[in-house]
Ligand binder design. Structure first.
Ligand code: SF4
Ligand code: SF4
Length: 67
């Protein structure tokens, strides 16, 4: 399966929550109000979070690189 998955660079995430609101699969949560965490099991690789992130800290990567 070659579907891409979103990944957050948590060190630079502003925890604004924009990605969480945008995700159609509700695969993103803000961990303790500090940074976004993506549940890659639910992520469909749509790229909406990557586009909306004001800090540009979300990238889509091939799922094989993750896990
Ligand atoms: S790529 Fe799409 S499904 Fe995956 S976390 Fe981002 S908004 Fe959600
Ligand atoms: S949109 Fe970007 S900066 Fe905001 S919570 Fe999501 S990953 Fe962090």
């Amino acid at each position: 399966m070659k579907r891409k998955k979103a990944r957050v660079d948590k060190d630079y995430c502003a925890a604004c929550g924009a990605c969480m609101k945008e995700c159609p699969k509700k695969a993103i949560k803000i961990h303790k109000g500090l940074f976004a965490v993506i549940d890659i099991e639910n992520c469909i690789g749509c790229g909406k979070c990557e586009k909306i992130c004001p800090a540009s800290v979300i990238t889509l990567i091939k799922s094989k690189e993750e896990k």
